[in-house]
Design a binder for this molecule. Structure first.
Ligand code: SF4
Length: 275
């Protein structure tokens, strides 16, 4: 991993996500190396010749976050990196930002795949509101090793979720991306439910930039599913997602789970329903 530093003028990016005012990304790059990484486009804003997943830039900003801008705003870490990636242990950029967010009294949500998040529980407790969210694409660590080789194990993530909950903090599980016929979403819910306040679900939405890589991954490791993936991603048949959305939502209603699958972004793309 090539680790560098870049100077920036501000950490704040206006967010288009619902209910989020700003997103903060303390790093550029991500060592988790998810094969489906949606943030890979960030490479074009760097001078790195290395492939995405092989470099990490620590973002340094001399200007502190301003309370008059951030007081009671909603801030998310992080949209295009993992703020608690293993290098954060050494650089402590996220911790310094979290101290400033406490000073600003912002509402904070953190999305991570790393147990390092528990280090900052003392700060989360001083915020007006906080939610720690972990994403899972499978309950099986064998799949995590293949698809997210740099991320923490399933067990480590569940233990961290439990620690946040035991400390009285709000938690969420993001079941995403859902790999058709691979992501065992009911098992993820079963394992995490005691420590989770709410769930989000998101479909594996393969962008053209990495479609070939993901399809090669399926061909290599899940060859028996290749026809299904071809029908979804090559022939653009969205019926799989329609059925799955209904199934997840019925399950959540029945089990009184706070969560709703909403795959509208798949339906509303230019794809034509095949049935
Ligand atoms: S954790 Fe997020 S940013 Fe990091 S590699 Fe995975 S998808 Fe990309």
């Amino acid at each position: 991993m090539i680790v560098g530093e870049v100077n920036i003028k501000t950490y704040l990016s206006k967010s288009k996500l619902p209910g989020v005012d700003y997103s903060i990304n303390p790093y550029v790059g991500c060592p988790h190396k998810c094969i489906y990484c949606y943030a890979e486009y960030m490479k074009k804003f760097t001078a790195h010749p290395e492939p995405w997943g092989e470099f990490l830039d620590v973002r340094r900003c001399p200007v502190p976050l301003r309370p008059y801008m951030l007081f009671h705003t909603y801030v998310m870490l992080s949209s295009v990196t993992d703020a608690y990636n293993p290098y954060e242990k050494q650089f402590r950029i996220t911790r310094k930002l979290m101290e400033q967010l406490v000073f600003c009294q912002a509402h904070v949500q953190v999305l991570t795949k790393s147990p390092l998040i528990v280090r900052d529980i003392d700060l989360f407790k001083q915020l007006p509101s906080f939610e720690g969210a972990f994403s899972f694409s499978s309950s099986k660590d064998s799949f995590r090793q293949l698809a997210e080789p740099g991320a923490a194990t399933v067990e480590e993530k569940i233990n961290a979720l439990k620690t946040l909950k035991e400390n009285g903090l709000s938690t969420a599980v993001v079941i995403a991306p859902i790999f058709p016929q691979i992501t065992d979403w009911k098992e993820i819910i079963r394992l995490t439910r005691p420590y989770t306040d709410r769930y989000h679900f998101d479909a594996l939405n393969i962008r053209p930039a990495y479609q070939k890589r993901v399809m090669q991954f399926i061909a290599r490791h899940f060859a028996h599913l290749l026809d299904l993936y071809n029908s979804i991603y090559e022939q653009e048949d969205i019926s799989y997602w329609r059925k799955l959305q209904e199934e997840i939502n019925a399950f959540c209603r029945q089990e009184n789970i706070q969560g709703k699958a909403d795959f509208r972004h798949v339906f509303s793309s230019k794809r034509t329903p095949k049935n």
